[in-house]
Design a protein around this ligand. Structure first.
Ligand code: PLP
Length: 402
């Protein structure tokens, strides 16, 4: 048997709602090949050397321009740092800023594989519940107070406020402001995982937490036509995985300059240079050619069709007692099952019936989530989205989940 080249494996006969991966047909292989060829021809010496610890200057400049076009504000160069994607950034942050046994606050439900990274570092996870308006900032204040009484200070809060994985929900502007203010007053570092911010379908989401954080003009703010960038205790994590290709292993973070400096001084970067350096050159070329803006537009339309197809099938086929909310972007719908259903207990029956998903409890650091499942629509064709929902509906109607 040959060894696999990729992480994704699809099981014949099963419609997989479980994988939150981009559809391979939407990966821009030809345009990336063109960008790679130009990058190697024109900048081969730089692209194939050990990279600058912060990431290549040309990618940082391209990112500044792109973020400004997308959001109307962009970090000064000293507040940007090129990462190997959100997962690598989280791992690096845990390495540099935590010790085993430290406590960290995590939104609940939240991206389950980030929880795995935190557990790899021996961190204690303290969940803070979210509702359809995002993380409950009142409960965060209570959690901080309860930790304080026990003499503990969390190293950070991890949250996915925009098109949350798994719920698809987006935090309101009021809550964002309240969270940014609380973080500032409590001295709480917030890791804002913003992997899907630009993948909106109906209207652009509210400004990131980073964009709403109290502004501190440290004399680093960019050109006159750009708003001064915030430098509060928010670290915003971005990625090219969903908007370009996950195999690039490339992302970025925006953070206060001293945070960026600490990342740059890590032993790993000192030894190996900037991460994913060749990929960073290729993507910088891709952006300089103006291809990213066009590609993201194309993705929005393609994933919007899938979201709509999934929601339509859910409305048509799912029995009473099921409920969900339409996500305004991202890859996921969070399905609430009728009373008494446990999505974890019945995964094997569902797979035997040809449909799979991720059970809701995997996204909760504490209790909860049993009555939910995460359905990813990014990978499946319209026909499979419909057929998968028919299969789920059949199971629910025959009480197999009960
Ligand atoms: C919320 C969230 N964060 C991070 C990741 C992984 O990001 P990356 O590929 O940049 O490591 C994902 C991938 O599904 C995700 O949904």
């Amino acid at each position: 048997m040959s060894l696999p080249d990729i992480q994704l494996f699809l099981r014949p006969g099963i419609i997989e709602f479980g994988w939150g991966n981009p559809d391979a047909d939407l990966l821009p292989a030809a345009d990336l090949a063109r960008a790679a060829e130009i990058a190697l021809q024109r900048r081969g010496r730089q692209a194939l050397s050990y990279g600058a610890e912060q990431g290549p200057g040309r990618l940082i400049e391209a990112l500044q321009g792109w973020l400004f076009r997308e959001e109307g504000v962009s970090p000064p160069a000293q507040q940007l740092f090129v990462t190997g994607g959100v997962s690598q950034a989280l791992d690096l942050i845990c390495t540099l800023f935590t010790r085993s046994g430290d406590v960290v606050l995590v939104e609940s439900p939240v991206y389950h594989l980030a929880l795995r990274i935190f557990r790899d570092h021996g961190l204690e996870l303290a969940p803070v519940a979210a509702d359809e308006d995002g993380l409950r900032v009142d409960l965060l204040a209570e959690a901080l107070e309860s930790l304080r009484r026990r003499g503990r200070h969390p190293r950070f809060l991890y949250t996915v406020p925009t098109f949350n994985n798994p719920t698809g929900m987006t935090m309101t502007v009021e809550r964002r402001r309240a969270l940014a203010a609380l973080a500032q007053s409590a001295g709480l570092l917030v890791l804002e995982d913003d992997v899907c911010h630009t993948l909106w379908f109906d209207a652009p989401p509210p400004s990131s937490l980073w964009g709403l954080a109290p502004t501190m003009d440290r004399g680093l703010a960019a050109e006159a036509d750009r708003r001064p960038a915030p430098a509060g205790p928010i670290v915003r994590l971005g990625s090219f995985s969903k908007i370009l290709a996950p195999g690039l292993r490339l992302g970025w973070l925006s953070a206060p300059p001293e945070f960026v400096q600490r990342c740059m001084r890590s032993g790993m970067l000192d030894s190996g240079g900037g991460v994913s350096h060749l990929a960073a050159h290729v993507v910088a070329e891709f952006m300089e050619l103006g291809l990213l803006d066009v590609h993201v537009e194309h993705l929005r339309a393609a994933y919007r069709r899938r979201r709509d197809g999934l929601l339509e099938a859910m409305t048509r086929f799912l029995p009473p007692g099921c409920s969900w909310r339409a996500p305004g972007g991202g890859f996921f719908v969070w399905l609430r099952l009728p009373e008494g259903c446990d999505s974890g207990r019945f995964l094997s029956q569902a797979e035997a019936a040809g449909v799979s998903y991720v059970p809701g409890n995997r996204f909760c650091a504490g209790e909860g989530g049993e009555r939910y499942m995460r359905l990813a629509f990014s990978l499946l064709s319209l026909r499979d989205l419909e057929e998968g929902i028919r299969r789920l509906a059949g199971l629910l109607e025959s009480n197999e989940f009960g």
